[in-house]
Design a protein around this ligand. Structure first.
Ligand code: T3D
Length: 267
């Protein structure tokens, strides 16, 4: 559908979800939220999908909330009742952030252009963030009197430390993709000319890996942030025991010993 806010394309085991509102820099409307969450749900259920790439159409990745969406746009009339922004977060951004961090397959954010506000933090919730060199990250919230959301207050200090988290969030300054990679906000910054190929190669590579172990890796690392050292060690043992009973471990070890390529299938 040409006016579909999220387009879906498969390349073998890799499913690409493209935010498709380029005229508004792929900012989130309630409709796009619904389409994205449904597409993620469908991708998670599809046995043949082993890696998801999320990217944007046109020159932007995502400009965060569409500030003109009637569902949330402030009524500027004097005395008008303020819209309930907390409800918008409860209904859309929180479920999206949680969904991304519990997907059964790895999720790559391929940040093709500017990622602002919740659009930036939405990307940071993905497993691996690759950005084109001309892309940028903007904690735009302070410019409109808000705080970082979609997990930003939790993610930013953990990714880049308190000093950078606070300065980026208070100033709302644009951070180049190159600087984002340098300070550890994202995984990689790639020249625009190499961007599509780099994303495709990584996605296909992840898709050929043991999917269940990758999803459990994310879960264990995210969970360990909340644990003390002993509890993290115990959790590693519990998850490793479970994975050790799976097909992918037997296959991976056998393939190594037999000097052949493994074929993974666990989900
Ligand atoms: O309701 C709530 O606010 C609660 C939700 C919170 C979650 C959030 O995400 S809050 C943060 C919302 N996002 C922003 O504040 C970002 C606003 N956009 C910008 O700061 C800039 O557009 C960018 C830094 C992203 C890009 O700048 P630039 O110069 O490359 O592009 P531009 O000229 O500003 O924008 C191009 C068009 O996209 C323009 O429309 P026009 O004039 O061509 O018809 C602009 O209005 C539109 N656009 C950009 N961002 C948004 C948007 N339209 C609606 N909502 C947007 N967020």
């Amino acid at each position: 559908m040409p006016d579909d806010p999220v387009s879906v394309a498969d390349d073998g085991p890799v499913r690409t979800l493209r935010l498709n509102r380029p005229q508004a820099l792929n900012s989130f409307t309630v409709k796009m939220h619904g389409a994205l969450r449904a597409a993620l749900e469908a991708a998670g259920r599809a046995a043949g999908v082993r890696c998801i790439v999320i990217t944007g159409a046109g020159r932007a990745f995502c400009a965060g909330q569409d500030l003109s969406d009637p569902a949330i746009a402030p009524d500027l009339a004097p005395g008008a009742t303020p819209k309930d922004i907390g409800r918008l977060l409860d209904d859309h951004y929180i479920p999206l952030a949680k969904q991304l961090r519990s997907m059964p397959v790895p999720v790559i954010a391929a940040v093709n252009g500017v990622a602002a506000g919740a659009g930036a933090n939405f990307a940071l919730n993905c497993d691996i963030v690759i950005a084109a060199r001309t892309a940028s990250f903007v904690q735009a919230f302070s410019r409109i009197g808000l705080i970082p959301d979609c997990g930003g207050t939790w993610l930013l200090p953990r990714l880049v430390g308190r000093a950078r988290a606070i300065a980026l969030s208070m100033t709302g300054d644009k951070l180049s993709a190159e600087d984002a990679a340098r300070v550890g906000l994202i995984w990689q910054c790639v020249d625009d000319t190499a961007f599509a190929d780099t994303v495709r190669t990584l996605a296909q590579r992840l898709a050929a890996m043991p999917t269940k172990a990758l999803a459990e890796t994310r879960r264990a690392i995210d969970g360990a942030i909340e644990l003390d050292f002993a509890a993290a060690l115990a959790n590693e043992s519990r998850v490793q025991r479970e994975l050790g009973r799976g097909h992918d471990y037997l296959e991976g070890a056998a393939a190594f010993l037999q000097k052949r390529a493994p074929v993974f299938s666990d989900r």
